[in-house]
Design a protein around this ligand. Structure first.
Ligand code: HAM
Length: 424
């Protein structure tokens, strides 16, 4: 027989295995709790959409839409793309389901995979995960921006990451930004020779993205460019001032970063990112901002919007760097039994312990005492509950605490209470 070739996961995607998957659940559960406290509710969205949705919202000239989407023709030739992000889908759903008629702001969150065909590296994958939140409504008040950022930071802190930096900026509205882009283009044209080929190309196609450049040789040139803050219109400048006041009032520390333009076309005014130490070049664990014109652009009624998406993969790397990535390993109880006479009692006991919320392992074959203990130890069990014929006759169990090897006889009727109070 010829040897079968092993099939491996596709480049840039990965499996999330136990025990790490427990950390993912913990982070997602924390998000659910914190977001619920701010009256956000979950929206579950499709993982693929019509390509046009992303082209119109994220923008045709962006790297995400231009280079990174997984796009295919469906059987009826419709162009479909795996979602590279979810804000566009939230807005589509908001319009499709007439959510603008709901009372107050519509506050939604989502948790799930996104797909971008980027060059894989630490913290950058082709299937990655986001925990995102969006607020859609009539108001553009900066208090909404600040409250959303407060919720994000409370969530990040509750997961155990205390060292991080919030970067904020305002990229103005369509009007003042367009005027600034012309100023920037002229300034860039004057220093074109000092820029690399990517930035040179962007002078025409998307000059704002030049500000994103990380090329060491371009930094001094970029620092000397005219800044958007000096070109904001009165309303946008006031919005940004109020945002800073709101953040200060909430005692939220931030850094202003005039170069934070973000790589998606739908943003207006507030943009923000959170970075964490120890992640190398992929240190943005979260990105977000305001997108006041997006609902209208996608055919909906005049609506304001703001949101963020936290990259769960990177956030977990940051948690581990910070020493906050520990997950409880092992199990509470290993039930060991000897001879088939005791098997029914052991099976019933395991069920009772599980009912009581303990994590319990029990093998289904007749193992020697030493083997059972060895297995329990390797599985990280805190207790072994032994049931032999003597115990069965007496209606008791022998409980062995693996940490110190101490042993105690406990009545079968008391076993749940005993294990729970012993802090299993
Ligand atoms: P984004 O900045 O493109 O924004 O992505 C948000 C976060 O997703 C990033 O900060 C990063 O942590 C993570 N991320 C992005 N690409 C990858 C990747 N290839 N591998 C691992 N993690 C990645 C958005 O997606 C916007 N929809 C955010 C938003 C929501 N703006 C308003 N509402």
């Amino acid at each position: 027989m010829s040897e079968s070739k092993k099939i491996q996961a596709v480049k840039g995607v990965r499996d999330i295995l136990p025990p790490e998957s427990a950390l993912w659940s913990r982070v997602e559960q924390t998000a659910r709790e914190v977001f619920a406290a701010y009256n956000f509710r979950e929206i579950r969205l499709p993982e693929f959409e019509q390509t046009e949705l992303f082209a119109r919202s994220v923008g045709l000239d962006t790297d995400i839409v231009g280079k990174e989407m997984y796009t295919f023709a469906d059987r009826d030739d419709a162009s479909i793309s795996l979602r590279p992000e979810a804000t566009a889908s939230v807005v589509r759903a908001y319009i499709e389901h007439g959510m603008h008629t709901l009372p107050g702001d519509v506050k939604l969150y989502y948790i799930g995979p996104m797909f971008r065909r980027e060059r894989p590296q630490k913290g950058r994958y082709r299937q990655f995960y986001q925990i995102g939140a969006e607020v859609l409504g009539r108001s553009e008040r900066p208090a909404i921006d600040a409250e959303l950022i407060e919720m994000l930071l409370i969530f990040i802190g509750r997961c155990g990451l205390n060292e991080h930096t919030l970067h904020i900026n305002s990229i103005g509205c369509l009007k003042c930004r367009s005027a600034y882009i012309e100023v920037l283009r002229t300034a860039l044209a004057a220093v074109k020779d000092q820029l690399g080929p990517d930035s040179q190309r962007r002078i025409q196609s998307n000059p704002l993205r030049v500000l994103d450049s990380k090329l060491p040789g371009e930094q001094a040139v970029i620092e000397a460019l005219p800044r958007l803050s000096a070109h904001l219109c009165q309303d946008c400048a006031a919005h940004f001032t109020q945002l800073r006041m709101e953040l200060k009032m909430r005692r939220i520390a931030y850094q202003e970063n005039w170069r934070l333009v973000r790589g998606l076309d739908y943003y207006t005014r507030t943009t923000f990112e959170v970075t964490a130490p120890g992640l190398g070049s992929q240190d943005a664990i979260c990105g977000g901002g305001r997108y006041d014109g997006l609902v209208e652009l996608l055919g909906g009624p005049p609506t304001k919007g703001i949101g963020f998406a936290l990259g769960t993969d990177r956030f977990l790397l940051a948690l581990k760097e910070a020493g906050a990535g520990a997950v409880p390993a092992g199990i509470d109880v290993f039930v060991a039994w000897f001879s088939f006479v005791t098997y029914p009692m052991a099976a019933r006991l395991a069920r009772r312990l599980r009912d009581a919320g303990l994590s319990v392992e029990m093998v289904h074959e007749d193992l020697k005492f030493k083997k059972s203990l060895g297995l329990a130890d390797r599985m990280g069990a805190r207790f072994v509950v032994l049931i032999g014929e003597t115990e069965m006759a007496a209606g008791t169990c022998t409980v062995k605490r693996l940490a110190d090897g101490t042993q105690q006889t406990v009545a079968e009727t008391e076993i749940v209470d005993y294990l729970k109070s012993a802090g299993s």
